[in-house]
Design a binder for this molecule. Structure first.
Ligand code: FRU
Length: 488
């Protein structure tokens, strides 16, 4: 007799809340060996509701520990998205002794007698984010008539010796500065005449990155998430701009006149970067919410809903079409790997024979082939489902086809094929694919094209296979690593 198990969609190496609803990552900051992740959380239901800040920490960017709720709604409203910083020099006066954490977040005030109002507020912590005090002077930055005025991301601007805030304001980003996080002055407005305006702008981030292989050269990167306007098939997604920033004005590069997407899949939204990563580390670390407002409230996960992407490193590269972002899974993930298959320069048949024997649901898969070869990886294959990830060498396209990936009836737009341009490269094409119980993240050609998609396969969907339409002579290098955390 076979027992029909319920699928377990909780990722083995992706953060999801133990129970109830989660959306955006918030307050990402590093202090004393801990990477903090706060998150938009509704602790009384599995759908979006009155927002709190949930809290989790990791020491290695792979294993997470969930902590009690950090911020609860108060007389000013519920707690929408925002950021956190370490106030090293006690600019706020909150930290006469040791430096501590300040959270800068949006109060969302929705009352029957007036339209929703949004304003920015502070909370501070003396004990590494375990307990928080709301500032008695809240809110510190009030909105006017503007209904969408939220998601402050704050950083210390070294050259001007003051704090900078980027804030989503309708379909623009407002930039402010402050000496103490309490008094804010508007510096400029960005974005009215550039970028994609298909929906409300949300969750901005702004940071400087060195340009790879160009000593002394750097650019500023502005991330802007765009809400779901209900049209098209994409739903919510994140665009980015590169340019210059002098502490007041962000001046986009010419390349930013073309809309550029951070991730070409459907399920990476509202992502921002960690603050206060130590200088000797020097990386710009990022993660996003692995869902899409189009169907986020109806995904079939049960008593919890929402997961984050893997933590990623953001890199910047100069190409002949301007500066371009690359993303790679953090190298820390390598320490969680257990190798299960390594083949170098093997013909298709040999790869297929070796893959035939594998049974995995949480793993990393690396495939290299010549750049003119079209091939397809089928992952989470079960009796009645399969997710296809492939390269079409004729059109230089990467795709994820989740039309038959498992459960999809919860939303008519879920079952679909998504594709993205691949960049011309020399030599080998490479796909690094992170598969977990309910997601695939594809990093093509060292993170030059990235796609993140949710999937909801059947419980038996633990097989994988490589296929290619033509060419018995092609050779593939394959690496497969178990990431389930289970020992063999
Ligand atoms: C983005 C967002 C933010 C807002 C939060 C509310 O997903 O809409 O703009 O602060 O979610 O939960």
């Amino acid at each position: 007799m076979s027992l029909q198990l319920k699928p377990d969609y909780r990722g083995a190496y992706h953060f999801s809340p133990s129970r109830c609803w989660m959306n955006d990552p918030n307050g990402m900051v590093y202090l004393d060996g801990e990477y903090h992740l706060f998150f938009q959380h509704h602790p009384f239901g599995e759908t979006w509701g009155p927002m709190h800040w949930g809290h989790a920490i990791t020491r290695d960017l792979v294993h997470w520990e969930e902590l009690p709720i950090a911020l609860e709604p108060d007389e000013h409203g519920t707690i929408f998205s925002g950021s956190a910083v370490v106030d090293w020099h006690n600019t706020t006066g909150f930290f006469p002794g040791e430096p501590g954490l300040v959270a800068i977040f949006t109060h969302h005030d929705e009352q029957p007698d007036h339209p929703a109002r949004q304003s920015q507020s502070l909370a501070y912590s003396h004990d590494r984010g375990r307990t928080w005090h709301k500032y008695e002077g809240n809110p510190v930055l009030k909105g006017g008539e503007q209904p969408d005025f939220r998601d402050p991301k704050v950083f210390w601007h070294e050259a001007c010796s003051r704090w900078v805030m980027v804030l989503a304001c309708g379909q623009t980003i407002a930039l402010y500065h402050s000496p103490d996080l309490k008094n804010w002055t508007e510096s400029s407005i960005f974005g009215a005449d550039i970028g994609c305006h298909d929906g409300v702008w949300e969750c901005p981030d702004l940071f400087e990155l060195p340009v790879q292989d160009a000593p002394g050269l750097s650019r500023w990167v502005m991330l802007v998430s765009i809400g779901d306007d209900g049209k098209g098939r994409e739903g919510s997604r994140t665009q980015y701009f590169t340019g210059h920033f002098d502490g007041n004005v962000f001046l986009p590069d010419e390349a930013s006149r073309q809309v550029r997407w951070l991730d070409h899949g459907r399920d990476n939204y509202a992502g921002v970067s960690w603050s206060d990563i130590p200088q000797q580390d020097g990386r710009r670390l990022y993660l996003g919410w692995m869902s899409n407002w189009r169907y986020a409230n109806v995904t079939p996960t049960g008593s919890w809903r929402g997961a984050m992407t893997i933590a990623r490193e953001l890199l910047l590269e100069m190409t002949n079409t301007g500066t371009q972002l690359r993303q790679l899974p953090v190298t820390e993930l390598q320490s969680a790997r257990r190798p299960v298959l390594i083949l170098e320069q093997a013909p298709l048949e040999q790869v297929q024979q070796a893959m035939q024997a594998l049974r995995l649901d949480s793993y990393e898969l690396l495939v290299q082939a010549d750049r003119d070869v079209s091939f397809e990886l089928q992952v989470r294959i079960g009796a009645s489902c399969c997710t296809r990830i492939g390269v079409d060498a004729r059109t230089d396209e990467l795709y994820i086809d989740r039309t038959a990936s498992g459960q999809s009836a919860f939303h008519e737009h879920f079952a679909d094929r998504h594709h993205a341009p691949l960049y011309p490269i020399q030599g080998k094409r490479e796909l690094r694919i992170l598969v977990d119980r309910a997601s695939v993240e594809v990093f093509a050609d060292q993170g030059r094209t990235v796609m993140t998609d949710l999937i909801f396969p059947e419980p038996d969907a633990d097989r994988l296979m490589l296929t290619a339409a033509d060419g018995d002579t092609e050779l593939y290098t394959i690496e497969v690593y178990d990431l389930s955390g289970r020992e063999e």
